[in-house]
Write a protein that binds this ligand. Sequence first.
Ligand code: C2O
Ligand code: CU
Length: 496
Amino acid sequence: VTTLVVAIGALFTWLWTDAKVSTVGQEAFDNVLAIPPVAGSTVDKDGTRVFDLRMRAGRTEFRDGVHTPTWGFNGSYLGPTLRAERGEKVRVRVSNGLDDASTVHWHGMHLPARMDGGPHQMIEPGDTWTPHWTVDQPAATLWYHPHPHGRTEEHVRRGLAGLFLLDDEESRALPLPDRYGVDDLPVVVQDVRFDGARLSGDRGLMQNVGFLGDRTMVNGTLRPYRRVGDELIRLRLLNASTARTYDFGFPDGRGFSLIGTDGGLLERPAVMKRVQLSPGERAEIVVRVRPGERLMLRSFPQDGYGDAWQRRFGGGDDSFDVLELRADDRLRPSPAIPDRLVASELPDGEEAARGRHFDLKLSGVNGRKMDMGRIDETVTRGTTEVWTVRNANGMPHNFHVHDVQFRVLEVDGSPPPPALRGPKDTVFVPAGTTVKLALRFTGPPDPEVPYMYHCHLLYHEDQGMMGQFVVVEKGRSAGTPPDHGHHARGTDYGSA
Ligand code: C2O
Ligand code: CU
């Protein structure tokens, strides 16, 4: 019995320490940060901007001489940055060169449900899906990634993700750093774990937060650095990790200006020292660098993980160096960040037509697991609603709603902190927390094809922490979703 107790104790100690990973100061950041290329496009006779994306398998050399099997769009890992202008018509030809059926979802985009790329818009191997829509929302840092029901974590973790940047007249007129890859850097943060040459998808024993890696990458680069030659550097931070939440800041505690959140620019910049991002969230920050310095972007330990056990496995208790900025000895002067950025287009929730409640548990939203054939909520086109979302679990969750950018009205009854005052499509909901959101649904109506809301910790989404809503004309009711359930294959978390 004693031996058994000692053995179990040793196992727990091992599990405990194994999950805790800190990379601070341990390694030289000496790989040049890759910048995802801006996707080429053509313009049709009717003015539509046309992009091509192809999902395919390949091999990526993350480490010298080691070729890792990965998936990517138009390349072996991640995808190009799509870029379009407000008011522009876009069409994307998405072809599937994989052996697996998948989808491509435009995270943060306001568009018709059948163009959304959720689990109902499956693309079979060899097929091409061609969604099209008119960009009708402010300048923003959006992204795209697969959304096959039950397989999203695996497909994203293998490398399928990319940025979708939107511009508009106001964003162009502002004196913000905007030279892509120069003083305006895409920062796609993911955590990975290698199992020999392969990417591991092992969630480890006894933890149900989802896949957590033991090292971070930015834009697919391990230990990245980037030379910068301007005083002000804009970082478009995207947490494209499957489960890990980051709290970004700088080791010397310097402040930076938060200028944008998930769905676009803020009314005014907010000076802060840390910005927390759970999976799927974005933040645009501007930081001042000093001539000749090396400045590390780091993720710090954070609150909001419930009890110690969940905290340990919730991915928020570690420090990570993420990206080193190496400033030139002589820097180009940058114009000051203006005090006012853009006018808010967010609903304030005052004239809300109705309220809804969502209880988040790993076992489901409002006690129900995702069912592709069931419409959970029917909302009326043109109305504003207030959604109250409560984390009723002892583990971290977040909440993402397709099609809309919402306003966070309250966090646990108080006004939201500055980082949650801009347009949001995903919000972190730590254990025991309740958030109140104002959402405005502008359609177009489609009683049959639903949009999704779900936890963006991708394992949770895959486990069924997801529901479906349709937008209908006043007085109409929901139809029946076309059943594409037969395309969804069983969850298989075998090694990559
Ligand atoms: Cu980024 Cu429904 O997902
Ligand atoms: Cu969750």
